[in-house]
Design a protein around this ligand. Structure first.
Ligand code: GLU
Length: 476
């Protein structure tokens, strides 16, 4: 086979959502696993739909996810420019080839005339086909009228790497527009010219283009081009119901997910799993494993379901896979405010303690703020607690006083603290579920905290004693 060259060809019409990322990711995986080349091309020929800033946003999103491209608008490459609006000359030249070969013609009709043809077809209960109205003597194309492809309708059977063997009859093939009256090519024309010039080997794109595929095949033939490989991605479905994923269903901007504390590798893993699996039960894949195991042939035909809870779970799993130093480097922006002045060592200790409990990096303040600032007392955490709710204030006072005295006399490394805690169970005759929960709440006032001896050891003796004392005072 020729060299693998895949491309992601978004239109800069908004932010990059999950569906777009999946197309980019699969194209990237195919290139990376075969030592091929991955290309970013901006398809900005529909200038009315263009959204300011979205080209930069697309590039930033791909970079944030580690979906790096080898050729693209901002880095150039052998087939630059990679922005369609800068390649208008090339579309004109290819259009001229088609005109010269008698395979393209100027469309002379006004919008009203076209509408009349449509209405007529409708009244006759026929599908509208432009080619039924081909002008007999079309004017010379001067660029002010649309240029249309003169199709040669026929039956096509073709293979799609994902969807399998497909076919369509001549009735779906029509004379589509190649160049619009504003001088810009249509997507239908421009992508074929570019893919040919850029030697793209695999066209990996969304399902919305599959119905146009026979028309594209007809144009490839008219241009004397060999067909590349095609791979059509099924839709991503919303979590509930049977509709396509939309913005309101959580298909938010990928950069927002990163800002919300999701790891790029978790997003990549999650997005890869939308419609793909490796045939085993494995769910967590590193980037390298995805490169090794991905295959278009294992992408499902039907819509994949977007389940944000699953993403959250995967994120927690990927957080656990990080080394402490790596995790530390990534949480810089997520510490609670007061952590800024704390020492690196102190913060790393805390991070090691909570690593297994983080579902997103943004959980860090809730899980750790009591390490950096005095927690405020919330007595309902005691009264509302199943095990502690029935304790009287006197009981609480006496347990905490016993604990305070024992801990004051204890060494404060985690092991010594554990020994002291164990001996407290004996001296008070209480269960850990009660005594340890009470101490935990009294020093943290947090709904959950990691192992008690480690927590106390990191907080340090002075803080622990002072917090126990203020809870004792509060209990009265
Ligand atoms: N510009 C098209 C889009 O954004 C790309 C389709 C393709 O990959 O060929 O939907």
């Amino acid at each position: 086979m020729t060299d693998v060259r895949t491309r992601f060809a978004p239109s800069p019409t908004g932010f990059l959502h999950v569906g777009g990322v999946r197309t980019a990711l699969f194209a990237w995986l195919v290139a990376r696993q075969s030592g091929g080349t991955f290309i970013l091309r901006l398809e900005d020929t529909d200038q009315k739909r263009e959204v300011e800033g979205s080209a930069e946003h697309l590039q930033a999103s791909l970079k944030a996810l580690g979906i790096n491209y080898d050729e693209g608008p901002d880095i150039g490459g052998p087939y630059a420019p990679y922005i369609q609006s800068q390649r208008l000359d090339s579309y004109k030249q290819w259009a001229q080839k088609l005109i010269d070969a008698g395979r393209a013609y100027a469309d002379p009709y006004t919008a009203d005339e076209l509408q009349a043809f449509r209405d007529e077809a409708k009244n006759n209960k026929k599908a509208f086909l432009y080619r039924d109205h081909r002008p007999e003597n079309p004017p010379v194309w001067d660029g002010t009228m649309p240029l249309r492809f003169k199709s040669e309708p026929k039956q096509y059977n073709w293979h799609d790497e994902v969807m399998g063997d497909l076919h369509a009859g001549p009735e779906v093939i029509d004379d589509f527009i190649l160049i619009k009256s504003d001088g810009f090519p249509t997507y239908n024309f421009a992508h074929i010219v570019d893919d040919a010039q850029m030697h793209i080997s695999h066209i990996i794109r969304g399902q919305e283009f599959i119905s146009s595929q026979p028309n594209y095949l007809n144009l490839y033939e008219a241009l004397g081009l060999a067909f590349p490989l095609f791979a059509t991605m099924p839709h991503i479905m919303a979590e509930a119901g049977n509709k396509k994923l939309g913005k309101r269903d959580g298909a938010k901007d990928v950069l927002d997910y990163i800002r919300d504390g999701y790891l790029p590798e978790a997003l990549v893993n999650f997005i890869a799993s939308l419609g793909w699996n490796d045939g085993t039960e494995q769910e967590i894949f590193t980037r390298d494993e995805l490169i090794e195991k991905f295959s278009l042939a294992r992408v499902q035909h039907s819509g994949a379901r977007f389940d944000e809870q699953r993403l959250l779970w995967m994120n927690g799993q990927h957080i656990r896979l990080l080394s402490l130093d790596d995790l530390y480097d990534r949480v810089t922006d997520f510490w609670p405010e007061l952590a800024k002045s704390a020492s690196v060592d102190y913060k790393k200790h805390i991070l090691a303690l909570v690593q297994d409990r983080l579902k997103t990096l943004a959980d860090l303040p809730t899980l750790t703020s009591y390490f950096f600032s005095e927690p405020s007392v919330d007595w309902t955490m005691i009264t509302g607690n199943k095990q502690l709710g029935s304790l009287s204030r006197d009981d609480i006072n006496s347990y905490l006083t016993t604990a305070k005295d024992a801990l004051s006399a204890s060494e404060f490394d985690p092991e010594s603290v554990q020994n002291t805690l164990n001996s407290l169970l004996e001296s008070t005759g209480q269960k850990p579920g009660i005594l340890f929960s009470l101490i935990r709440i009294a020093v943290s006032w947090a709904p959950f905290s990691p192992s008690l001896n480690d927590t106390l050891s990191i907080l340090g003796k002075d803080t622990v004693i002072a917090r126990l004392q203020s809870t004792i005072d509060y209990a009265g």
